[in-house]
Design a protein around this ligand. Structure first.
Ligand code: GDP
Ligand code: MG
Length: 358
């Protein structure tokens, strides 16, 4: 029996060399990825290798691996199967389409062109008689009524005297929290409400400057706090206000310290209303993934920003299907005041279906 160790940059390169040097009847005894400054693959191959005999003589390959004692053809086949599996997985989307016929297939493509997730699209199609049903179905799904006694955040509710509201905006960095706090504050002022702003600035030095400018521009008081005690004091100080808007500094939602830091503010037993702001121009997968982290917080509403920048708005439907929270509003531009819209679920589903190609 002839045993040979072959080093190459990749497994397939090593295999090619084994084949060249030992022929295609050679057997791979082991293969190992060697890491280091220059990583390489080391393959041990044998000619005239008799498996039965070796088992009987208690032969142990130097570095056992799943490919031990497997012929080159078999290894190649396995590699081919693996790449086919990857290919099939990559083709999964088309796989769905193949099962759908006629109008259902067109509908599926239409929803996909709006970035509606496959599973949600299929769920909609299953319930739809035809194309004309989709908007109603989507609107029904988006009509998630909040079960708490707080009214849905519609324009009139901000002027409802009975509801002193302490609204906290949370969300990833750059999702538009500070800008939206300023928009909501200006709206309150226009409705002759007494408004105050609080910024919980625990992270970003300089984040306070942006909101300070807004506070001066709109002409309303602002407190900048850094912890729970600070927030409690500030809320008490603003006890004569109809609306208190709380801005927070966003961070990567995967950062547990950040989420835990926010959690701590809910342990004060203050009647905080939480709106999670998500940008529709963010990556759809990022938005869906962030659910895992934000879901640990008592979110009352989701709100969607930057719809003016988004090419598609399917993520609104995807996110709502996941969070099962009502939509507070959408924001449609950088302008303060303005560029904020309160929509019912019908208008929202119409907007989602209208935005996108084909
Ligand atoms: N196009 C567009 N830009 C927005 C919108 N809302 C906020 N922005 C911009 O997004 C950027 C980040 O907003 P900011 O309020 O600082 O986000 P924050 O980090 O969540 O506080 C700023 O440049 C805003 O002007 C919107 O609805 N549309
Ligand atoms: Mg900010």
């Amino acid at each position: 029996m002839k045993i040979k160790k072959i080093r190459a940059k990749s497994f397939s390169e090593a295999l090619a060399q084994v084949k060249k040097e030992l022929g295609s009847d050679a057997v791979i005894l082991s293969s190992e990825d060697k890491m280091g400054s220059r990583s390489y693959v080391e393959v041990t191959a044998a000619m005239d290798y008799d498996m039965e005999t070796d088992v009987g003589t208690g032969y142990t390959p130097q570095s056992p691996s799943p490919s031990s004692g497997v012929s080159i053809e078999y290894t190649e086949l396995k590699n081919e199967l693996r790449s086919m599996k990857d290919y099939i997985e990559a083709m999964k989307d088309s796989g769905f389409e193949l099962k759908l016929k006629g109008e259902h297939r067109d509908l599926f493509n239409f929803l996909k062109a709006r970035s509606i997730k496959d599973e949600y699209a299929l769920r909609l199609i299953k319930r739809a008689g035809d194309f004309s049903d989709i908007e109603t179905l989507m609107s029904d799904d988006l009509n998630i009524v909040k079960s708490s006694p707080k009214p849905q955040f519609i324009k009139s509710s901000i002027s409802n005297d009975k509801n002193r509201r302490i609204i906290m905006l949370i969300g990833p960095t750059g999702s538009g929290k500070t800008t939206t706090v300023a928009k909501l504050a200006s709206m309150g002022i226009r409705e002759k409400k007494k408004v105050a702003m609080i910024s919980i600035d625990t992270y970003k030095i300089g984040a306070a400057e942006q909101i300070r400018i807004y506070s001066r521009m709109i002409g309303i008081p602002l407190d900048i706090v850094s912890d729970r005690e600070g927030l409690r004091k500030s809320i008490n100080r603003f006890s004569d206000r109809d609306v208190i808007l709380i801005d927070t500094t966003g961070q990567n939602p995967r950062d547990t310290e950040y989420i835990n830091g926010l959690k701590a503010f809910y342990e004060m037993n203050m009647p905080l209303e939480t709106q999670l702001l998500l940008s529709t121009s963010s990556d759809g997968e990022f938005l869906m993934d962030s659910y895992k982290y934000y879901n640990a917080l008592p979110i009352d509403y989701v709100a969607f920003t930057k719809t003016d920048e988004a090419v598609r708005l399917g993520s609104i439907y995807n996110v709502c299907s996941l969070y099962q929270k009502p939509v507070a509003y959408i924001t449609t531009g950088q302008r303060v005041p303005g560029n904020i819209e309160f929509m019912d679920s019908r208008k929202l589903s119409n907007l989602i279906l209208r935005t996108g190609s084909a």
